[in-house]
Design a protein around this ligand. Sequence first.
Ligand code: SF4
Ligand code: SF4
Length: 439
Amino acid sequence: MKKPHLGILLKPTSSDCNLSCDYCYYRGVREIYPDADRPRMSLEVLEEVCLQYRALEPADIKLGWQGGEPTLMGLDFFKKAIEVEGRNARSGDCWGNSLQTNGLTLDDDWCGFFARHHFLVGLSVDGPAELNGTRRFPNGRPTHHLVMRAAERLKKHQCEFNILVVVSAANVGQPEAVFRFLTENELRFSQCIPCTEPAGDGERLTPHSITGDQWADFMIRFFEAWVAHDDPGYYNRHVDNWLHLYLGLPPESCEYRPDCSNLVTVEWNGDVYPCDFFVQERYRMGNVLEDTLEHMLQGRPFRDFVKRSEQAPAMCGDCRWLWACNGGCWRQRGKLGLDGQAKPYMCEANQRIFEHVFDKLDSLKDGPEGSQLHAFLKDLQRRVASGEFDAVPRERSAAGPAAAGGRGRLRRNDPCPCGSGRKFKQCCMSSATGNHLSC
Ligand code: SF4
Ligand code: SF4
């Protein structure tokens, strides 16, 4: 039987957080649970999730802890969570945990725990202090110095961690400054996500949101800064996915896949939803204390959600980038109130990005020797050609989204094709729940 590729996002504190960032997309979830002052996941819910998830026999076991701020659960809860995972593990299992945090609670105990249990930690910071002003305490105090302290502690404990940059109105004009911030602080793993939140009626965007053009400008300039730095050891998730696509490898991020079926979100009380950008009453699939994940995945709400997400508008039919774009992330269509046939919000942006990036990768690969990136691309190309990663050839994937999204035979202990030097399971594979990051 084919094993499902499914990751679980856990929201143990729901939207509860010790910060009050202006652009937080998850704050609205409070309205679903108005009576929960201090929502906290019980061990009973967690036991059920682990039991039911393991029963699905997933291809990889990936739990992503997010919020709100998940560390408000306290360290003891996570110690117990490791015990629960252990009780539900079978011989040969590898349970991968990732956790997204604003970093404020991270002391040596937390960091030591993450290191011991191989958590992949995502730390939210939007660049240098002057670009990080939207990330603040409820009384308006800034947080940058505290997050940087957390980064130092994570380094000290040799935790695997990456930086999440939300690209909003505050930093969208400064991609070079954001990239410089990463290199100057030796923050080698990063990802950027665009803030494109609706203001409430599903059509207007918040003042913190950015346009597709702004996103394309930002990512193209960020990519150029990465090229100029000439060090493939600086990993950025988008750049990495573009490399996958360029080389004909299956992309790791759901944004470049043809449907949204690889992920479900479990809220503090056991309620289950699809992707966490869609935690809304109308997408609720059920509750793990009353139903099983297996049953909910076959249920109408989830099937309808996935079906809508996998249908690119008719206008995409002739597009030369369909194999890479698939109509774009469903969040920037369905959540913005665009109907299934409307032009995707990021359409022009994706075209500009793919055009620019793939041309640049061509010129780097075929250009003069001497740069690290040239050697890196040549080496990747040789390894793909030798069958090391069982690539999906670009011509074949151009036949349609299903082929482009097909999963290759990249094994968990293989070196990650992004060139990070880490094993695939500790790099792109374990970040597979990581783009649903709470800001
Ligand atoms: S982030 Fe976008 S592509 Fe990924 S599951 Fe959510 S809606 Fe789908
Ligand atoms: S670039 Fe635009 S037309 Fe092409 S597949 Fe993406 S959304 Fe559709």
